[in-house]
Design a protein around this ligand. Sequence first.
Ligand SMILES: Cc1cc2nc3c(=O)[nH]c(=O)nc-3n(C[C@H](O)[C@H](O)[C@H](O)COP(=O)(O)O)c2cc1C
Length: 152
Amino acid sequence: MTNLITYYSRTGSCKKLSEEIAKTLSVCDIDEIIDEKDYSGLIGWFKAGFYEARKKEAVISYKKNASSYDNVLLITPVWAGGMTPATRQYIKKELNGFNNLYILSVCMGSKSTKVADTVSKNYEIASNTWCISGAEKNKDQIINEITKLLSK
Ligand SMILES: Cc1cc2nc3c(=O)[nH]c(=O)nc-3n(C[C@H](O)[C@H](O)[C@H](O)COP(=O)(O)O)c2cc1C
């Protein structure tokens, strides 16, 4: 099976996690979504929350088409209880290209099951959703689950 990990990362956590998961999978490409908006610094933090809360669209770029892969694992930070403008836009653009879409959200303190359930409801196209929460220390367990699933 061919796997693609596509991620968006503002401060590096999702990038690092993507690289970690990619290493555990024998066949895996990795691609970054770039949002043309600058969300860096404190002003960027407020802008990020504002744009996600209002479900704004984003102008994004990335290199790899979802349709070339059996599985796409989208890794996204949680902003204001949702995903991010960049990752929502990515799903919208690639909607007809996914063979299997999996979504892994990464947050600091939100309840992981609540985030994963909300993402599932909003994106029924996703075959599975997970959330890694810094507060719950559930990272290793979820990486194991994903590795097993995508190594088949
Ligand atoms: C604007 C904004 C809103 C956030 N909202 C939440 C939230 O609702 N719940 C939460 O647990 N973490 C929240 N976070 C924290 C991020 O989800 C977390 O730090 C994530 O790991 C960042 O990923 P990155 O380093 O790849 O950008 C928020 C961060 C930002 C910038």
